[in-house]
Ligand binder design. Structure first.
Ligand code: G3I
Length: 359
């Protein structure tokens, strides 16, 4: 499990697909003032996000992407951005050394392209979901450095021009703001972060490069540690472009300092994004808790979009049918905007109202 059991990001986006979509709607409105059907497309999550040049994303699981039409219908109607929930992690891409499995990751990129969705890449340097040949390989620091560079060159290079942002480094900090023990940190020291960012930038100069973490949404010791590193990296000219605030919350637990905390990162000139939003509820969820969850979705979304250089919000899944929460936090669930039958929950309305400045 990657989280302790408690609560735990506008340099403009790549504007072209979003502005193009917005321009089409605007043209339709001007040319055909009597045409009312466009209102239904505009009132989807992606309609509201497009209108303000923002991303609304969902983490996508490969199984339902392949074989569940209700899943893809909601995904494609509501979201203008996708993240691979697991398919771009190192264990999925290179299960045996030098033997790559790109099928699921390619599927998502092809799907996104054909549905006018951007892709966030997740993730390159992480302590978890490493293939066992790597984890147990007893590699020297020199070997690990070479392996990490090759992984980044290969993966970022394969999707060059198709991924608008990469979570280059994931979950690198402890709760007290110190660097977390990992294969990379322990053998290579903190310098692996600058190297990973430089390698990724060389492989795809147009991709926005992020450091992503959880429990950094509030102004706290962990976000202070990341803030200090980010400032240092920027001073050194390292290509760091954004901070990803995962935002795995418990109902009622959106930190009151979230907006101010995101703003201090944005004030460094960095993009900020909410990258993995979900809001878990002790089961069974009461109607009061579902209403609070709706408020929380709205608040979390506004906390990002209300800050300069917020690129957008990604939810970690779309339906409660497929969510990591029940398997990790025993007794918790109901964390996403759609229920298990793909009915929109109050959380959907909260998310929608958070995206819609006129709500
Ligand atoms: O791929 C294997 C499959 O071969 C095997 O049969 C099956 C049996 O359990 O396991 C499969 O692997 C699972 C994998 O998801 C793919 O489905 C792992 O057991 C399972 O632990 C893994 O969980 C993922 C988790 O990251 C791993 O740390 C979750 O789906 C995914 O939502 C979660 O995502 C992370 C973000 O990447 C980083 N931030 C936290 C977030 C939630 O933990």
């Amino acid at each position: 499990m990657s989280h302790p059991p408690r609560s735990h990001r506008r340099r403009a986006l790549r504007p072209l697909p979003l502005l193009a979509a917005g321009a089409l709607v605007a043209t339709a409105v001007v040319a055909l003032p009597q045409f009312t059907e466009q209102a239904s497309a505009a009132t989807t999550l992606r309609g509201y996000a497009d209108a303000r040049g923002a991303r609304i994303g969902a983490a996508v699981a490969d199984g339902p992407l392949q074989n569940e039409s209700a899943y893809t219908t909601v995904l494609d109607r509501e979201f203008n951005s996708v993240t691979a929930e697991n398919a771009m992690k190192w264990d999925a891409l290179e299960p045996s050394r030098n033997s790559y499995n790109w099928a699921a990751a390619d599927r998502l990129v092809v799907h996104a392209t054909s549905h006018n969705q951007g892709v966030r890449g997740h993730t390159l340097a992480w302590y978890a979901q490493l293939p066992s040949w790597l984890k147990n390989g007893n590699f020297s620091a020199t070997e690990l450095n070479t392996l990490l560079k090759k992984h980044i060159d290969t993966t970022v290079g394969r999707y060059k021009g198709k991924i608008y942002a990469w979570d280059v480094v994931n979950e690198a900090f402890n709760e007290d703001g110190s660097m977390r023990s990992s294969l990379w940190q322990d053998k290579l020291g903190t310098g692996y972060i600058a190297n990973a960012l430089r390698w990724a930038h060389a492989a795809d100069p147009a991709a926005k490069l992020y450091i992503n973490d959880y429990n950094i949404e509030a102004d706290n010791a962990k976000s202070d540690g990341l803030y200090n590193l980010a400032k240092q990296l920027l001073t050194q000219g390292v290509p760091l472009h954004g901070i990803g605030f995962q935002s795995h919350f418990v109902v009622g637990g959106v930190p009151s300092s979230m907006k101010a905390n995101l703003k201090r990162f944005s004030d460094l000139g960095l993009e900020v994004s909410v990258t993995e939003l979900d809001i878990r509820i002790p089961l069974p969820a009461s109607s009061a808790e579902l209403a609070q969850q709706s408020t929380d979705y709205k608040t979390a979304t506004e906390n990002c979009l209300g800050v300069p250089r917020c690129a957008g919000v990604t939810v970690w899944g779309l339906t409660d049918k497929y969510s990591w929460i029940p398997g990790t936090f025993s007794g918790y669930g109901a964390a996403l905007p759609y229920n298990e039958s793909y009915a929109a929950k109050p959380a959907y309305t909260g998310l929608s109202n958070g995206l819609n400045p006129n709500a």
